[in-house]
Design a protein around this ligand. Structure first.
Ligand code: M6R
Length: 608
């Protein structure tokens, strides 16, 4: 979480830092701050709030200078106020330091520093780092940074300025990503690529426990022992450039509407129309490996975990390999039995989610085969995993994931088809699945065209405080995802259940005031779902049904129908989730919520 930007060159640093913070705000937006070196001093400005509101109040004269660091924060230690905002300094103001990640032994270090007379002004773990660095600095920044690496536990990325080093930035990386952008007579430091595009033409990925000393014309890399490190920079990928909303009111809306095209590209790149050829040469798993696997574990968090639930079912059903989904933050602690015959699939939009990275580390330690199903190939998880399947969903900016989610589901279905083929599973109806995959982009387009139905339902549910979402079998994970989308952006408390659970407890919640969303599309579970709907109806519960357009029975039972085209039930969840995205979006809009940057959340969760 949080975002780091640093600049040293010939231009004024402040506009570069502000623009960088803006582009990094998807990582956290509780507060922001900058520090700029000028005339032998570090000038710091930091405030709670969002950069759009803060930047106009930051005085360019007071913050004039050509070397500086900036930060946007997602609070972990201490409330989002001015004193907890970054940059943090020592008592003399000799150091300005910005930080992503968590220092795990901060309390012990804080006690030690306090015993030595240091007075803390914030509740953050970051301030510990600023004091430690200032005390360790005797003119050699690398030695002081090595001291930090020696004394601090946890995962962190740091950009540091020292008053005695006018045109120098120091970057330190452990666990959290940090990049050096190389430009013409200017260099930058950033926690991801986005703020570097347009200024840097090449980028240097910092390795684990490395230190970089950056000036406008030089970059020197060192390891934790102080030995120089040589690494070739890579060209900047310009597809990462800043993207706009293309006339949409919100990124979420734009990203929902991108889904048909993204799904088309994903399907077209992998499978021919009759499902005979499934191309997967690039993901690093050959047919022998597919035949060898005795189990597949899918790990992810939040929306990605919901994709894992679907993935486990589609892989087990089509490829006949035992498969399970595990929340990535629970994976290592559960001490899974691993080995080369187990495939661990890490599913992640960002490829930077710390919980998922830690799960992948456990898989690698256990000698399992690993695959990342990712939207950012050049990410921490992308670099660790044995193979990568790229979602190619394009940059997703809205905190609420939509197009990455449907691309994950589609990618996992394609992967299942490939695995089935490699294992020679004769029971799999390849043609049916391939046809459904090919029909998917149009089906999603049609579901989006029925925006008005979900919008009408939203006018009603906007007043609710609680909601229930129910689905069975293939759509039990759709129910979880629908509920997550609703609570995430509208702040309505929404619970998703496999509908078979209804009678085992949640039915106690059913009432006129608690709208229930039920997914009742054609398939083996339809009758049972209709049974659940009647149970809700009998208790006077309000009911919204995701159903086929021509489903008269659903129409008769429902207060609102959210229509979707009919698809093979194994692929249908990819379209069934779409009206639930729209329902959440419209409800949040009517409630006046900040849709793209909901409270307390961040797009990329890089702490455990
Ligand atoms: O980048 P990842 O896919 O690994 O992120 C995992 C979750 O943090 C993410 O899906 C989160 O649940 C979204 N905000 C959901 O909309």
């Amino acid at each position: 979480m949080c975002g780091i930007i640093g600049y040293t060159g010939n231009s004024q640093a402040l506009p570069v830092l502000i623009q960088g913070i803006r582009l990094l705000s998807y990582r956290g937006y509780d507060s922001a701050g900058v520090s700029v070196w000028r005339a032998g001093a570090l000038h710091v400005r930091r405030d709670p709030g969002r950069i759009e509101d803060l930047a106009p109040g930051w005085d360019p004269d007071a913050l004039a200078g050509t070397t500086g660091v900036g930060h946007t924060r997602w609070a972990t230690h201490g409330v989002p106020n001015r004193v907890n905002a970054h940059p943090h300094s020592d008592a003399d103001g000799a150091v300005a330091l910005v930080h992503n990640g968590i220092v795990e032994n901060d309390l012990a270090l804080r006690k030690e520093l306090e015993a030595d007379g240091v007075k803390f002004t914030s509740d953050t773990d970051t301030e510990v780092l600023a004091h430690l660095f200032a005390r360790a600095f005797r003119g050699d920044p690398v030695a002081a940074a090595r001291d930090l690496l020696r004394r601090c536990r946890g995962q962190f990325a740091l950009a540091i300025q020292h008053r005695d080093l006018p045109h120098t930035l120091l970057a330190v990386r452990r666990g959290s990503p940090l990049l050096i952008g190389l430009g013409v007579r200017e260099n930058l430091v950033a926690s991801d690529l986005r703020p570097l595009v347009g200024r840097a033409d090449r980028v240097l990925d910092m390795g684990e426990d490395e230190i970089a000393v950056v000036t406008p014309t030089t970059v020197e890399l060192f390891d934790a022992a102080g030995a120089p490190v040589v690494r070739e920079p890579r060209p900047v990928d310009h597809t990462e450039r800043e993207i706009g909303k293309d006339g949409h009111a919100h990124f979420m809306l734009k990203e929902m509407h991108e889904q048909p095209h993204r799904l088309y590209e994903l399907v077209a790149s992998r499978v021919d129309s009759d499902g005979r050829l499934v191309r997967f040469d690039d993901v690093g798993i050959d047919d022998d490996a597919w035949r060898r696997f005795s189990r597949v574990d899918l790990v992810g968090a939040g929306t990605a975990y919901h994709a894992c639930l679907y993935g486990a079912q589609v892989i087990e059903t089509l490829a006949r390999i035992p498969a399970r989904a595990v929340m990535s933050h629970e994976y290592a602690a559960a001490q899974p039995v691993l080995g080369p015959d187990v495939l661990v699939i890490a599913v992640s939009q960002s490829g930077e989610t710390m919980d998922t990275k830690v799960a992948l580390e456990a898989a690698l330690e256990g000698d399992a085969a690993t695959l990342g199903v990712l939207n950012v190939r050049q990410s921490v998880i992308g670099r660790m995993a044995g193979g990568v399947m790229d979602l190619h969903a394009g940059p997703e900016i809205s905190v609420a994931s939509t197009k990455a989610h449907t691309s994950m589901l589609c990618a996992l279905a394609l992967l299942a088809l490939k695995a089935a083929q490699a294992r020679g599973v004769t029971s799999t109806p390849y043609g049916d699945i391939a046809r459904a995959l090919w029909a998917l982009p149009d089906a999603v387009r049609m579901a989006l065209a029925d925006f008005g139905a979900a919008a009408e339902a939203a006018r009603d549910v906007r007043r609710a405080d609680h909601m229930l979402y129910l689905g069975r079998s293939w759509d039990s994970s759709t129910a979880l995802e629908g509920a997550l989308k609703m609570k995430e952006i509208s702040y309505i408390h929404a619970e998703g259940y496999a509908a078979g659970e209804l009678k085992h407890g949640p039915i106690a919640l059913v009432s006129r005031e608690v709208p229930t969303v039920a997914i009742v599309t054609p398939g083996r579970m339809r009758e049972r779902m209709l049974g659940n709907v009647r149970e809700v109806r009998a208790r006077e519960g309000e009911i919204l049904i995701v159903a086929s357009k021509d489903d008269e029975e659903a129409r008769f039972l429902a207060d609102f129908v959210l229509p979707v085209p009919t698809l093979d039930e194994r692929i249908a969840p990819i379209v069934n989730v779409v009206p639930l995205q729209v329902l959440a979006y419209e409800t949040a809009r009517l409630r006046g919520c900040d849709i793209d940057q909901p409270r307390n959340l961040a797009k990329t969760v890089t702490v455990q």
